[in-house]
Design a protein around this ligand. Sequence first.
Ligand SMILES: [Mn+2]
Length: 450
Amino acid sequence: MSPTVDLAPLPRLYQEHVAALSVRYAAVMKAHGLDALVLHAGSPQKKSAFDDQYWPLVGVPHTKHWLPLAVVDSAVVIEPGKKPRVLVNVARDFWEGPPEQEGDHYWAALERVEVKGAEGVRACLPHAAIGAGRAAFVGEDRSRAASWGFVDDRVAPAALMTDLDQLRTIKSDYEILCMREANRRAALGHAALLRAFVEAPGSDVPSELELHLRYLEITRQDEPETPYKNIVAEDAHAATLHHVQYGKSRVPAGSLLVDAGACCFGIESDITRTVGRGTGAAADAFRALVAGLDRLQRELCARVKPGLPYQALHNQSHELLAELLRELGIAKASTAALVDSGATRKLLPHGLGHSLGIQTHDVGCRKVAPEARNPFLRNTTTITPGQCFTIEPGCYFIPALLDELRALPVAAELDWRLIDALTPFGGVRIEDDLFVTATGHENLTRPFLA
Ligand SMILES: [Mn+2]
């Protein structure tokens, strides 16, 4: 029996989420001298100026903090002391329809007002506050903001946006419950793909495209609904960190990396697993690397607790990787030499992880720039209860970076025959989603996926 998530408390937790968010929004609005905020759902984005096709609406994330509202020219109006009002655009043309709304637990906590088009929204806006310059528009469509009466400096003011982003770094119990369920859903897809890959008979391994489509089917998501485009990489493709150009032919692949998530009420999960198959010394060495990375990842997760700077954990991941390289016979140099020379950063160029929530790379955790040696690190906060982030160490054989590694003095102490044997497998990444508690953390992924 696969584990389930009890969603019964969801309506109550959502009410608490809205109550707490209202208080936090009111404090930010007071600090910025605002009586009202209008959060835009979004406008369609054209794929190209030379075409008449539009991208599916992703929506303005700040709006999603209240509810997923991917309906063009809808809006949420926040006025402290009043129930948040959702102006839902119900005007329909015969070309497009709205997405199916998942769940109806929103409407006990929010006021739902049906309006027709952008004009209908405008009629319901807090005109006195807008006219007095005491209301701000949160969104990216400046011409829509202008048509609703907002002067330019009241459209997504940078200081306001920074403060609203900060509110996103601490998750509510409602968001965490959704994230558990989003992990459960994604885990079903991962388990199915890993099984299909490992158990495929002979060399008849499913193609990347087949695996991608299978993942969508199992997780019941259409492509635009996934939190991010599935990364499905066989063999050397795993050395492209965001490989999304799926191979269509069946190849006798020896490795599979799947980095894919799912959504629950607009809250996302982000999971990566890697697996090897086949026989021979190289396949065995790759499996040992996967197993070692999995141990390393679990060790890093075990260290997550309030008070630790996330960047310190990132730096520790390089020490652990250096130890693993020594253990596997990939390197003979000392741990310190492997880290200080920058060698581990040629094999693991990305950050240890990132904040997660409404967006896959959620905002507000990189107010301070990382150390120069960690340019891609997206989280430089001190780990704090309520945060939610990924822990995703990896080890990749990226040809361009291997060239740079070869040029380092420490290269003489690496086993290049072994590295060359592992290079066709591309690389390994193992990624879980973690929620920080008062005393440690909850791993949101492992209960559903080993
Ligand atoms: Mn990630």
